[in-house]
Write a protein that binds this ligand. Sequence first.
Ligand SMILES: NC(=O)c1ccc[n+]([C@@H]2O[C@H](COP(=O)([O-])OP(=O)(O)OC[C@H]3O[C@@H](n4cnc5c(N)ncnc54)[C@H](O)[C@@H]3O)[C@@H](O)[C@H]2O)c1
Length: 259
Amino acid sequence: MKRLENRICIITGAARGIGAAISTAFIKEGADVIATDRDEGALLAFAKEAGCKTMRLDVGNEDDWQKLADAYPAIDVMVNNAGITGFEDGIVAHDPENASLADWRAVHQVNLDGTFMGCRYAIRAMRQRKSGSIINISSRSGMVGIPAAAAYASSKAAIRNHSKTVALYCAQQGYNIRCNSIHPAAILTPMWEPMLGNGPDRDARMAALVADTPAKRFGTPDEVAALAVLLASDEAAYMTGTELTIDGGLLAGSAATPG
Ligand SMILES: NC(=O)c1ccc[n+]([C@@H]2O[C@H](COP(=O)([O-])OP(=O)(O)OC[C@H]3O[C@@H](n4cnc5c(N)ncnc54)[C@H](O)[C@@H]3O)[C@@H](O)[C@H]2O)c1
């Protein structure tokens, strides 16, 4: 018996990166995966390769969530993975002094509003079955301040806290719906491309970005997917409201480690 046999699983932001890796790992474990993304072209290309269902879903759009609820009124696993840094179209000011309100709101609309609507949909689609697992992809940036990415850090911190609220609420209601957050750091996906560039200094930039990581390397999307499989499966039946870091040891110490 595979670990997610016949479970209906929705994954957001699944066309590439961590979301694609989670979808692939779930399919291997026997899940009935509905991969969703706002980028329909990339989503269809991924699904053709992976062999799963798809639905176009912009997580910041409430109408899109309603369409998903109409199509899939009952599910077992929800992974709120879609997220943006705000640097997708090039580097703009995202520090607390110079960020524009529009840029601040755009990041929160995807990361935080998207996760709120994903959790709300999932609770409604799981409560009749009295069983389910919601997995929210936060970040180590939800646990520490990030001077150059204020909205990203703020939205990811809010996701961490909202996951605990959802976990407590569902336990209180007797729904048997678990909710946990995953906090990755430095996972090599297309999200890093605007920061790495294609110039001759690409390798040096990569090394510099993980210089403070005790493991001295980027993590892989598959390593994050393995955690999502665990949280989705019955092996994690007693885990709710918890946060799992996957960061090569980054949060184990501080930058000023004694000795
Ligand atoms: N890569 C890392 O180092 C890292 C670290 C910490 C947290 N995370 C988080 O992991 C998640 C996935 O990151 P990734 O590195 O795979 O990113 P990515 O940029 O490679 O992929 C993100 C996917 O989300 C989709 N997406 C973006 N906005 C969307 C929206 N409004 N609605 C639906 N889909 C949307 C994109 O089309 C893309 O397919 C994000 O929430 C990110 O914040 C990543």
